[in-house]
Design a protein around this ligand. Structure first.
Ligand code: SF4
Length: 339
């Protein structure tokens, strides 16, 4: 059979397509991977076409893809079709084929699925259910000669049973792994023991260069819990300068600009790197605020001064975790780390 795998959006390797690639290649099928939604001139006739879409804002790509491949099997959170790979191929399949992403050297996966929290803007609890362990680090790591770097996509690392997260931390530490908790850790409920566990491993940013822990302060009312969590990290030896905190803006319509700037400044004053995530793609003022923050311009000029210079169009992307259309700025992370 000739198979077309189509990744319509997302920067990270697509785990579902990697499993399909592995499955079909094991069947002896010819697999073509592409990010192109439309059929190109010299493409063959396919026996099966798959597409994956994560973001709601990729609807125009989905429309184009469907026009060219009306029989395609489309999945992913942006498609509204949440069928698993197992449902599609009719059997369990746990292997991943990275060969369509030759530039990716790290290993990617989940040690757990689900989340303990129920943030109003987030689809993870309804999509994945309760937090539970699913894989060990050694199951995620591709093994030698691949670097000992694992990018975890866990939404709630400490939500899995204590024995499970402790075992994962031991694996990371004893195996000398560098780890990126790219989806963020929940700092609101972090314990001394969990903070010490994080401090004991080589946590890194998404490029595996800088020391970085991702978290979020989305709800202004969580101020005390958020900073208590930052204190807990600091006591364990993780300075606030290692923390990037995503701040959801535009979801709580009652939050004033004074409130947004106060949240931002409190993090900056503490040495944390804030990263605004804009809930409403139509809010150009908030998109400008995001640019001012993430480019570091806030160190050079006041927000009101920057705001007065802004006009013109902005780029809108959406975040798959959010229930409504959400904008982001195309930075390395694919969805909002959270806390
Ligand atoms: S935003 Fe994060 S903490 Fe909140 S429900 Fe979603 S995954 Fe859980």
């Amino acid at each position: 059979m000739i198979i077309r795998l189509t990744q319509l959006d997302g920067k990270l390797p697509n785990l579902a397509l990697m499993r399909l690639a592995s499955y079909h290649r094991h069947q002896g099928d010819e697999v073509l991977f592409t990010r192109e939604p439309a059929r190109t001139l010299f493409e063959p006739a396919y026996d099966r076409v798959y597409g994956s879409v994560i973001f709601n804002s990729s609807a125009h790509l989905v429309e184009q893809f469907r026009r060219h491949f009306p029989q395609a099997i489309l999945g992913g959170t942006g498609s509204g079709n949440l069928h698993s790979v197992e449902q599609v191929i009719g059997q369990e399949w746990g292997q991943f084929d990275y060969s369509d992403y030759p530039e990716v050297k790290e290993s990617i996966g989940f040690t757990q699925r689900g989340c303990r929290m129920h943030c109003r803007f987030c689809v993870v609890p309804e999509r994945e259910g309760k937090a539970r362990a699913v894989n060990t680090i050694h199951e995620i790591w591709r093994g030698p000669p691949h670097p000992r770097k694992v990018h975890l996509l866990d939404n709630d690392f400490f939500g899995q049973a204590e024995a499970a997260w402790q075992a994962r931390i031991d694996e990371l530490r004893e195996g000398n792994f560098r780890v990126c908790f790219g989806q963020g850790i929940n700092v609101r409920s972090i314990t001394d023991e969990q903070a010490a566990a994080l401090a004991s491993v080589e946590y890194r940013d998404t490029k595996f260069q800088q020391r970085r822990l991702y978290t979020a302060w989305d709800n202004p009312r969580d101020e005390q819990r958020f900073f208590t969590g930052i204190d807990t990290l600091e006591k364990a030896g993780i300075p606030p300068t290692h923390v990037m905190a995503y701040m959801l803006v535009g979801f709580d319509l009652a939050e004033s600009w004074d409130g947004i700037l106060s949240r931002f400044n409190k993090m900056v004053d503490r040495g944390i790197k804030p990263y605004p995530m804009v809930f409403d793609a139509g809010r150009r003022d908030l998109k400008a605020f995001q640019r001012w923050a993430v480019t570091g311009l806030y160190r050079a000029c006041a927000w009101e001064e920057y705001r007065s210079t802004q006009r013109g169009s902005v780029v809108h992307l959406s975040n798959s975790r959010w229930k409504k259309e959400v904008s982001a700025d195309g930075k390395p992370l694919e969805s909002t780390p959270h806390g």
